[in-house]
Design a protein around this ligand. Structure first.
Ligand SMILES: [Fe+2]
Length: 194
């Protein structure tokens, strides 16, 4: 843990460009909401099946997000090894979670609760790992980027990521991000007047 960095203010924004902030807020909220749904839904019902479909979509977006970081951000870091090992672990976890989803879908009704419990515990473990991973990125990796790059350079990375995203995936990312932002942060989004 790097709590001393927080206490010392070493990862405060101080007006610098927050490359990770919005998408990580979106992922934290979406993953926390999903964990609650996996805990209180009956997976035999239509609502439960919708939750599994929504989980698949969320995992696909999470996988796309770590690909963006590796493609566009990590080449600008001196040592992205730790973050990439954590990403490899995430990818293995995504496959295990998909297998657990299929386990629910293929199980006879009487066994669905047992399979659903496995998925709930496994997803909770993934969320715990990802919270720590995003913390590492925002408190250690981002200050290193600030030290070596200007905000214009960091903004150019963000622009390259945005341009690489399809309209459909951009809409899905915004569905995660917008409800997770503060009012002041939402006001910075480049949307047309409502
Ligand atoms: Fe990451």
């Amino acid at each position: 843990m790097n709590d001393m960095r927080l206490e010392a203010g070493l990862c405060d924004l101080n007006g610098r460009h927050d490359l990770y902030g919005f998408i990580h807020k979106g992922l934290r909220k979406a993953q926390a909401d999903m964990l609650v749904r996996l805990g209180n839904e009956d997976m035999i019902t239509a609502s439960g099946r919708q939750t599994l479909a929504d989980l698949r979509r969320l995992l696909a977006l999470a996988a796309l997000h770590i690909k963006h970081e590796e493609t566009f951000i990590h080449p600008h870091m001196e040592d992205a090894g730790l973050l990439e090992r954590q990403h490899d672990h995430h990818r293995d976890t995504f496959q295990r979670l998909e297998n657990l989803i299929r386990g629910i879908e293929g199980a006879p009704s009487v066994l669905v609760p047992a399979h659903a419990r496995r998925l709930y515990l496994a997803f909770g473990h993934y969320v715990a790992q990802d919270l720590l991973h995003m913390y590492e990125e925002e408190t250690v990796a981002q200050p290193h980027l600030w030290a070596s790059m200007t905000d214009a350079q960091i903004g150019a990375i963000e622009g390259a990521i945005m341009r690489s995203i399809s309209p459909q995936n951009m809409a899905a990312f915004m569905d995660l991000i917008v409800p997770a932002l503060s009012p002041a942060e939402r006001a910075t989004l480049p949307v047309a007047e409502i």
